[in-house]
Design a protein around this ligand. Structure first.
Ligand SMILES: Nc1ncnc2c1ncn2[C@@H]1O[C@H](COP(=O)(O)OP(=O)(O)O)[C@@H](O)[C@H]1O
Ligand code: SF4
Ligand SMILES: [Mg+2]
Length: 369
């Protein structure tokens, strides 16, 4: 993650030049997900690398009104390595889905660079995009909305293979049948329509569709939060088992820290579009350094029972997040932070290493542990 505040004018970066601007990373600031470099895990070349990723949205109340800019994602750097799971957490509206869509090549960054297996990607270069698109797949929150209502399950899965491979029809049918069993469904369910399946079964189909092209990266945006509590664990375990078997790198978005505690290798905490803490799961969830992370954990009783709450953890997050259309100066968390001081209200804290993790807080070292 970049250790420097965002000094660019995001309006200048709309062309989404996801190019080689950051090709030479020598001397680059600490980065995310490649956690190895900063956090001591085993080094592995990233299959997906983002540098300085930004996405903003522009709005005008009417044609003559001044334009307003919402910075949904700001200066996110991350590396995803094969077989690892990076979880992105934060309250609703903090930019998780916007980040997910950029990483899944469904949306263009306003600025920043994106590389897949070392190669720069741009959404404007259709030919290049076609060759990398199958390497990154997405699993959405709503399995019914993400499946074509007029295609049987078999047709949906066959299409995923047809677009990604040169297999013959017979070979595809065999592969689809094999994958149906892998995700815990039966061969005859290929003839069913999405509405004939349960929510859990539909999400199994969505997972099958994502994995059939043998992607390197799967971006899963709240993949179990729309499911009945009774099937969430099964679907999570399925995702994890298949991820391990296929050596997929997961970017796993969730607002539920108890889910993240179950599946993540590394955790990135976002607040108002920025990463505020990143580190190994145990470190971030058991010994959170950023007051916002502490507030999130305190609000997840299953994860952090009252009796074991670390010193300094805020009992609850005070108030609502500020409007992203009009963010406060300095640290965007200052109005809700029990530790805020004058510097917090004026200066944006940079992301820096503290006790083996990255944290964006002026007072991270001084806070009670
Ligand atoms: N297409 C869009 N146009 C305008 N604002 C958007 C758009 N998509 C997302 N946003 C805004 O960007 C911010 C981040 O949204 P999102 O990435 O969906 O957050 P999350 O997934 O963490 O809930 C929110 O304030 C949201 O309203
Ligand atoms: S920089 Fe200041 S306001 Fe922001 S989290 Fe740290 S102590 Fe709180
Ligand atoms: Mg979302």
């Amino acid at each position: 993650m970049s250790a420097t505040p965002d000094k660019r004018d995001p309006r200048s970066g709309c062309a989404a030049d996801i190019d080689a601007a950051h090709a030479n990373q020598a001397g680059a600031p600490a980065t995310l997900g490649a956690a190895p470099a900063t956090l001591g895990a085993a080094p592995a070349p990233p299959v997906l690398q983002a540098r300085g990723l930004c996405r903003h949205f522009v709005s005008r109340a009417h044609p003559l009104a001044a334009r307003r800019v919402l910075h949904a994602v700001q200066q996110v750097d991350l590396d995803l390595a094969a077989g690892r799971t990076l979880a992105v957490v934060g309250e609703s509206g903090c930019g998780k889905s916007t980040l997910a869509r950029m990483l899944a090549l469904l949306d263009s960054p306003s600025s920043g660079t994106l590389r897949i297996e070392g190669r720069p990607v741009t959404l404007h270069d259709r030919r290049a995009l076609r060759s990398v698109r199958t390497r990154v797949q997405m699993v959405f929150q709503d399995p019914l909305g993400s499946l074509h209502p007029r295609q049987t399950i078999g047709q949906t899965l066959d299409e995923a293979l047809r677009l990604a491979t040169r297999l013959t029809r017979g070979e595809r049918a065999e592969r689809v049948d094999w994958m149906l069993h892998k995700v815990g469904l039966r061969s005859e369910q290929a003839q069913r329509w999405p509405h004939m399946l349960s929510g859990g079964q539909r999400q199994r189909v969505a997972i099958a569709r994502a994995l059939l092209p043998r992607p390197k990266v799967v971006v899963a945006d709240e993949p179990v939060s729309a499911l009945d509590v009774s099937v969430r664990a099964q679907v999570l375990n399925l995702l994890m088992d298949l991820g391990e078997e296929f050596r997929v790198a997961y970017l796993f978005i969730s607002h539920d820290l108890s889910v993240v505690a179950h599946i993540a290798d590394e955790v990135m905490v976002m607040y108002l579009g920025r990463c505020v803490e990143f580190g190994a799961r145990e470190q971030v969830l058991r010994h959170p350094a950023h007051p916002y992370t502490r507030g999130l954990i305190a609000a997840t009783p299953r994860l952090q029972p009252q009796a074991h709450r670390p010193a300094g953890v805020a009992p609850t997050l005070r108030a609502e997040p500020p409007s992203p259309w009009n963010p406060p100066p300095g640290c965007a968390f200052h109005a809700r932070c029990p530790h805020a001081s004058a510097i917090c209200r004026e200066h944006l804290p940079s992301l820096r290493e503290v006790d083996g993790r990255l944290v964006a807080c002026h007072h991270a070292e001084a806070l009670p542990r």
